[in-house]
Structures are given as structure tokens and as C-alpha cells.
Design a protein around this ligand. Structure first.
Ligand code: SF4
Ligand code: SF4
Length: 225
């Protein structure tokens, strides 16, 4: 039996994609497994999909054309290893130079460096921000929960890169509104103890979901604590 269930609910007070954590030992890996069918679901209403109903695979509008992707640490390490690059070589070759100078490891965009013929060429290794984004309505607690997981994982990448001396931030550079927002989020998550769950993990299946539940997302647990 699945440890996490993802389903669509169209009733108030929280319409949209919802989820239940059925087994409290569930991990980020279990959540990703349960989440993946949303990407492949042609019945789900997707704001930017062809006819509002199509699989994400091969999508012509494709959010990957404009996405601002900072990978979480699990994906960051896996992508570098897959390319047989050191972390430094990976950052220099595949990330946006100006954003790196701001301390923001954004993958080369417009379109994403890994997008070819509307297909992600590193799909099994893509980061949480890519996996969780589906242009459909999410319930409030689900949105908050995946947001927290994603930004914790991204902050782990930043701390890891800083500790290794890989991010050399230059002062006095101009920042876009998104840069400022993302910088603020990273500062907000920097001291969150859950960052260590990502730093200590090799796989998503090493990261428990339970520590990421707070009073607002408590309703995702079945049974409740
Ligand atoms: S989430 Fe992205 S890839 Fe999927 S339908 Fe929407 S725009 Fe297309
Ligand atoms: S890594 Fe893959 S899924 Fe993520 S933005 Fe790039 S092409 Fe899209």
C-alpha cells in the first residue's frame, strides 16, 4: 500500500490537488512517486497545457522555457555525477553566470539548458522545483508543504556550495525582483533544522516527511498526530 496518496478534490474549503500521508514513515521519495501521475494526467485541468488537458511530456508551452530553477541538493549532486563533472565544473558550465555571482545557482535558462525538443533530457534527475510544478490548482496546505520541501532542499544546495567555497558572491550587482525574493527565502530557511535532512541524504527516500509538517499542514496526516 502507498504511504502517500495524491488526489484531486473539487469541493470547498480547499479545492485542488490534495494529498494524504497515510504512513508516518513516508519519505520525500514516497511523495514524489505519488505525485508523478499528475504530470502524466490528461484529465487534470492545467492552465498552460494544450487544450488545458495534456501530459507535461512534450508540452509546447513548456514551463521549462522560462523556469527559474535552483536545484535542491539531491538533484544537484546527481546531475553533476551523471555528467561526470566536479561540482565546480558543473556550476561553471551549466549555471547562469550573473546569478552565480549573486550567490544564486540558477541553471542556464530561456530555455533550460537541459530542454531539447520540448523534452527534459535529465528527467529522472530533475529537481524538486521541476517535479512539483504542475500548472494546476493545489490546496493551500499542499502548496505550503511542497513549497517548504522545495525551499529547504534549495537552501541545502546553497549551504553545501558555500561550505565547499563554490559560491563566490560579488557585492554591488543588480538584482531582479525574483532574485530578491529567492535571496530572502534562502535566508529564511538557512537556520531551519530540516536543511540537515537534505544535506545528510543521498536519495529522496532518505528524507522523512514528518518533520516538514506544521500546524497548517497537519491535516495532510492521516491519522493525525
Ligand atoms: S506544468 Fe509545464 S510542462 Fe506541464 S502542462 Fe504546465 S506548462 Fe506544460
Ligand atoms: S531540468 Fe528538466 S524539468 Fe527542470 S526546467 Fe530543465 S528541462 Fe525542465
Amino acid at each position: 500500500m502507498s504511504k502517500v496518496e495524491v488526489y484531486y478534490r473539487d469541493s470547498e474549503p480547499e479545492p485542488g490537488v490534495s494529498l494524504r500521508i497515510i504512513d508516518h514513515s513516508a519519505t520525500v521519495g514516497d511523495l514524489l512517486e505519488a505525485w508523478q501521475p499528475l504530470c502524466d494526467d490528461e484529465t487534470l485541468f492545467k492552465s498552460f497545457a494544450k487544450g488545458n488537458h495534456s501530459m507535461c511530456r512534450g508540452c509546447a508551452i513548456n514551463c521549462c522555457n522560462t523556469a527559474y530553477v535552483i536545484p535542491d541538493i539531491i538533484s544537484f549532486k546527481k546531475m553533476a555525477n551523471d555528467l561526470q563533472l566536479s561540482y565546480d565544473e558543473f556550476l561553471r558550465g551549466y549555471f547562469h553566470k550573473e546569478k552565480l555571482a549573486l550567490g544564486l545557482p540558477r541553471m542556464k535558462p530561456d530555455p533550460c539548458i537541459f530542454l531539447q525538443n520540448n523534452i527534459c533530457t535529465i528527467y529522472p534527475l530533475r529537481s524538486l522545483i521541476c517535479r512539483f510544478y504542475v500548472c494546476t490548482q493545489l490546496s493551500g496546505p499542499v502548496e505550503q508543504f511542497i513549497y517548504s520541501l522545495t525551499w529547504t532542499g534549495i537552501t541545502a544546495t546553497i549551504l553545501f556550495a558555500e561550505q565547499k567555497g563554490l559560491l563566490k558572491t560579488q557585492a554591488g550587482l543588480g538584482m531582479s525582483s525574483l532574485d530578491i525574493l529567492f535571496k530572502g527565502l534562502i535566508e529564511e530557511y538557512r537556520d531551519n533544522p530540516n536543511v540537515q535532512h537534505f544535506i545528510n541524504a543521498e536519495e529522496y527516500s532518505d528524507i522523512p516527511l514528518l518533520p516538514f509538517i506544521d500546524s497548517y499542514t497537519q491535516e495532510l496526516l492521516t491519522p493525525k498526530l
